[in-house]
Ligand binder design. Structure first.
Ligand code: ATP
Length: 458
């Protein structure tokens, strides 16, 4: 089945409590979305899967959680104040603004894509994508500050503190998950392009001589995270090295990890070789030395940086799009989210077969409470069993546990697998442990290489 389009996913997301338009009762706000009760669970699971593989399973990466607003000099030194912009054209007639890159020809020759008038589009002007605000009571140019457009700069600004406090030698990385803000001109495609979003970025500092092998290593390791940890279909993923003319000003080489959405191949993550651009820029602007002592060579070096940078929201979107399936059963179509059990918002749903038997309901509720000690679980008796199964399939719950009248005699319940729909009878006492094992068993994965192939510790 081809990937479902974003309307299908947006509609399921709203109906089932994954994602809602921000401030919808006031008509919403373009580029801003809220995660509902199930969305927040899925999102947290995606972030946990990244943190586990980037930080906890490695001994060469540590974490950071920096403030969103930093000293504005950070953004001057990084080049964002001068250069983080897209070319824009305004329509003098309808007043709408367009990204010049998105227009189907030179602004002076084509009609406005909105109102259709000719000769009304202005020549392109650079439009900075950073949201500015004022810090403190006075609103003047001295109090201007920015909402960060990426999390990366905090890792450079805190390079010295992290390296010293954690006694780090090269190679080592600093990872961060956090909100970023960009005043995108054309937000859209559901949660693909947002104005407030979350990033997961890691700056990996290496000796300049080891740059290429670590770059290759991170491209491979990140690709395998998408396939093996998030469970995304490999045939819908590709690696795309940037052409020389599309590289960012700080990058020597970049490879994007892309997914084949219904809108076409689109970027999920970029792995960039930022060289020593950022550390040198911040050293020059702050007057601080940002370097490490290389014992082997007996000299101080400014490390090079390999950066895997991805968006949480695009990962959530990919998990939903990639997992979505419609299956033809004998009498109906089953919508099922085939997402990995460890990502699923609810791991187990307890469904009593009869809701007018108080002792059965009571037993099922007790089982739910026991399950909640091990995994995220819920109880539901608000519909017929067939309907209850369908509801859980649609939100990706990997295991449903039914409690039936026989359970009161034999003390056992039935575990049903979302994907195979096969059933297993298990003693109720053992159900929580069994489900935890099933979820855990399918989450174990050891395969991401920790170092460049064949290099040993560089
Ligand atoms: P794009 O070309 O799509 O604008 P980018 O190359 O500017 O993205 P980076 O600056 O490399 O993006 O940011 C790293 C990651 O952050 C991207 O791969 C993407 O997953 C995520 N990201 C960037 N901008 C947005 C946005 N406006 N909304 C949601 N996620 C974003």
């Amino acid at each position: 089945m081809p990937a479902p389009n974003f309307d299908v996913i947006a509609s399921l997301s709203k109906r089932r409590g994954f994602v809602f338009p921000s401030s919808e009762i006031y008509g919403g706000m373009a580029g801003f979305w809220d995660y509902g009760p199930l969305g927040v669970e899925l999102r947290n699971n995606v972030k946990a899967a990244w943190w586990r593989h980037m930080v906890h399973l490695r001994d060469d990466v540590v974490g950071l959680d920096a403030a969103i607003i930093m000293n504005p000099r950070v953004w001057e030194a990084s080049g964002h104040v001068a250069g983080f912009s897209d070319p824009m054209s305004d329509c003098r007639s309808c007043k709408l603004r367009f990204r010049t890159d998105d227009l189907k020809g030179p602004p002076s020759e084509i009609a406005c894509p909105n109102c259709g008038q000719r000769g009304t589009l202005t020549e392109p002007r650079q439009f900075n994508l950073m949201f500015a605000t004022h810090v403190g009571p006075v609103e003047d140019s001295a109090s201007v500050a920015y909402l960060r457009p990426e999390t990366a700069q905090a890792m450079f600004a805190q390079f010295e503190n992290v390296a010293t406090s954690m006694r780090r030698k090269l190679p080592f990385g600093i990872a961060q998950i956090g909100r970023s803000f960009r005043n995108e001109i054309t937000p859209g495609n559901f949660i693909f392009r947002l104005r407030e979003f979350e990033q997961m970025e890691m700056e990996f500092f290496v000796h300049p001589r080891d740059e290429d092998e670590w770059f290759a290593h991170w491209v491979e390791a990140r690709h395998r995270w998408w396939t093996d940890v998030l469970g995304i279909a490999p045939e819908r993923l590709r690696l795309r090295p940037h052409d020389a003319d599309e590289l960012s000003h700080y990058s020597k080489q970049t490879t994007d990890i892309e997914y084949e959405f219904p809108i076409g191949w689109s970027e999920l993550e970029g792995v960039a070789d930022r060289t020593d651009f950022d550390l040198r820029a911040h050293a020059a602007a702050s007057g601080k030395k940002l370097e490490v002592f290389d014992e082997k060579a007996g000299e101080h070096v400014v490390p090079f940086v390999i950066e895997p940078a991805m968006g949480v929201d695009r990962a959530v979107l990919t998990v939903l799009v990639d997992g979505y399936a419609e299956e033809q059963l004998a009498k109906e179509t089953r919508v099922v989210l085939r997402i990995r059990p460890d990502l699923a918002p609810v791991k187990a749903a307890v469904l009593p077969l009869l809701r007018n038997r108080p002792e059965l309901v009571e037993r099922a509720r007790r089982l739910t409470a026991d399950l909640k000690q091990q995994v995220t679980a819920m109880y539901d008796d608000t519909a017929s069993i067939g309907k209850l199964y369908r509801r859980q399939d649609e939100i990706g719950t990997p295991y449903c546990v039914t409690v039936d009248p026989e359970s009161l005699d034999d003390g056992a319940a039935t575990i049903r697998d979302r994907d195979t729909m096969t059933q297993e009878r298990v003693s109720m006492e053992l159900v929580p442990q069994r489900i935890a094992e099933l979820v855990e068993g399918r989450a174990q994965w050891e395969g991401i290489p920790r170092e460049p192939a064949g290099a040993g510790a560089p």
